[in-house]
Design a protein around this ligand. Sequence first.
Ligand SMILES: *Cc1c(COP(=O)(O)O)cnc(C)c1O
Length: 419
Amino acid sequence: MEKKPFVTLDQLRSIQKDYPTPFHIYDEAGIRQTARNVNKAFSWNPGFKEYFAVKATPTPRILKILHEEGCGCDCSSLTELMMSAKCGITGRDIMFSANETPAEEFVLASQLGATINLDDFTHIDYLEKAIGFIPERISCRYNPGGVYQLGESKEGFQVMDNPGDAKYGMTKAQLFEAFKVLKSKGAKEFGVHAFLASNTISNDYYPALAAQLFELAVELKKETGCHITFINLSGGVGIDYRPEQPANDIFAIGEGVRKAYEAILTPAGMDDVAIYTEMGRFMLAPNGHLVTEVIHEKHTYKEYKGVDACAANLMRPAIYGAYHHITVMGKEDQPADHKYDVVGSLCENCDKFAVDRMLPEIEVGDLLVIHDTGAHGFSMGYNYNGRLRSAELLLKEDGSVELIRRAETPEDYFATLVW
Ligand SMILES: *Cc1c(COP(=O)(O)O)cnc(C)c1O
């Protein structure tokens, strides 16, 4: 789909007066609409809940907006748990899906009343030692191993990933044993969780995963007698980073999961099972832009446009070679007849937001919108080269702009040093 910024050049010029570039900006209306669509797509399931993956955008204002729309938090670390709690998101509104989890994190998760999702069989004993008991409501993460493939076509598979090589989750045998042990230790409400593929562009991923987990749940119930009350499809629903890619249709996805539910769970008498999701990317990525100004140009063996953002603000292109669409603001209607590398300031040659990208002619002073940075954007930022993290802004529904995280200052960078 054509990529249109959710802000105009005029808006950005006016925002720039108060908040210098680079900055991340999020679209409140878009976030709310996405959450409403997700809730509507799964409204056939009375217990449905989206637990937003906090790691994607760990910003309190965003978590609160999502909470207002009925979402919970999927946390995986101590500080994510603390942030959720400070936002007033506690109890069953927190899913704690961590791995290699320190004891203190289980303690806080338990104090907050979070639902704990165990990554490994050995974590049963570890959790019991850490908190002194086994909670009545508990979840286990499943990893079927092997290679995960979906939707074969001439070009290959629509979705392909490698769970057998992933550190997460339990084998099937361990999962059955875990349920039996947990039940003997007092657990009463059980959940199953699995994350098999990342950034999937296919309306079939969740339905196929759901069918697999539903069949597993039926088997688990038969063999262990455990009461399975929720199935967590986790994250992994992708977005169309490239304009020529198809977009996922959340309504088709919800409908596909419903069909699998009615085919597998309902006949097994398990129609009290709630569906949970832990989407990060799908919820937030398209609802965020990284805005940066062109400050240099360089003509050597290639044509470079140097911007004031760098991989410290958005790491995905540098580490995955990920594509992020770029709009040269105010030049949307001009032909893309210039080939550029759009580069940041890190002393690393991978610090390129675009390589050999065809764009309208760019001049120093132009503002660029880098698209789809609302998830796994700011949050993956780091301080390499002494670069500071940028501000985060919220474009509110009334068109005004609110600072939701200030930019780091040199004082922040020096704060942990011992001289
Ligand atoms: C990262 C993660 C997610 C979110 O993944 P997205 O690709 O952003 O949807 C959800 N659950 C768990 C356990 C994760 O680690």
